[in-house]
Design a protein around this ligand. Structure first.
Ligand code: NCD
Length: 312
């Protein structure tokens, strides 16, 4: 485990996922048991794109384990501005830190960067590619609210550019889950993702829809995502789909009382604030779960010797 990288959720077996989630639950129960475990450990943060939750929860996780972070800071204030390559940047920062967390606008950047370093590198989002640590906290939240067995989930919004969706959908193929993908036609899952999902799971468990209405009553979980405006090559294309698929209390009249609503956040206008006060809303807990889940992951990668994440 000590030198493994986490680049995509495809690396994660069901056993790996359960190891991380179980460890996170233990830590959630008694964070004091690990409070000083990593007193001499430094986590390197390299965020080439905006981040609030992912960056701050990694920082909180490392500090709650007794360690600290070294942060490259914004692209504007770093040597990236002078033309330094990503490969050189990660090679330098691995000399300062025991593990690296990388977010980058280019799909494939984390995979490429991981080939230049020996310390564990965690992909915190590579363009429209993957976001596997978000997936682990999503799975933790699903397990807490609805369970991961015999689950029917709707994943709605920007399925084309949404990296949290790509990672979550792959990880869910490890479980007995019916996945319904709801989006406008122009934002459907990339065909290669659908192909991969069909390879990994009996195709009858994966369905695509343009309307939420037909499927809403059967859902245990509805995972809503933001339209990823920054990834559209053309602003006009964004304007055509902006504001589609908003949910409010009227939409939810057809839903089960038990429906759990999730969102990786930030939201723009996909979920009306009136839903925040209902029992359906799990998205703020979901964000908070980022801390114990990332503590568990760091613990398993930096010190653990009992299973966990394997290299691809
Ligand atoms: C997501 C991301 O960056 O992909 N945010 C997050 O990490 N919680 C989702 C988004 O930006 O819409």
């Amino acid at each position: 485990m000590r030198h493994d990288h986490l680049i995509t959720s495809k690396q994660l077996s069901r056993g790996d996922i359960e190891t991380v989630l179980d460890r996170a639950a233990e830590i959630d129960e008694d964070p004091s048991a690990v409070a000083d475990r990593y007193a001499d450990t430094l986590l390197g943060l390299l965020f080439f794109e905006p981040s609030t939750r992912t960056k701050m929860s990694f920082e909180t996780a490392m500090k709650r384990l007794g360690g600290d972070v070294v942060d490259m800071g914004s692209v504007e204030s770093s040597s990236v501005k002078k033309g330094e390559t990503l490969a050189d940047t990660v090679r330098v920062i691995e000399g300062y830190a025991d593990a690296l967390v990388l977010r980058h606008p280019k799909q494939g950047a984390a995979q490429m960067a991981s080939e230049f370093v020996d310390v564990p590198l965690l992909n915190a989002g590579d363009g429209a590619g993957h976001h596997p640590t978000q997936t682990l906290l999503d799975l933790y939240t699903i397990r807490e609210n609805a369970g991961l067995e015999d689950l029917t989930i709707g994943i709605m919004g920007d399925l084309k550019y949404g990296r949290t969706v790509h990672s979550l959908a792959h990880a869910l193929t490890n479980f007995d889950v019916h996945q319904h993908f709801i989006s406008p036609e122009s934002l459907q899952l990339p065909r290669e993702v659908v192909y991969d999902l069909h390879q990994e799971q009996d195709g009858t468990q994966i369905r695509e829809h343009e309307s939420l209405e037909e499927i809403l009553p059967s859902l245990d979980v509805l995972y809503v995502t933001r339209i990823q405006r920054e990834r559209f090559p053309d602003e006009n294309e964004y304007q055509k789909v902006a504001g589609e698929y908003q949910i409010d209390t009227d939409t939810l009249e057809a839903a089960s009382d038990e429906l759990t609503i999730m969102h990786p956040l930030p939201r723009v206008d996909e979920i009306a604030p009136e839903i925040d006060e209902t029992d359906h809303a799990a998205y703020f807990d979901q964000a908070h779960n980022g801390v114990p889940v990332r503590m568990a992951l760091l613990d398993l990668l930096l010190g653990g010797d009992d299973g966990g994440v394997r290299d691809d």
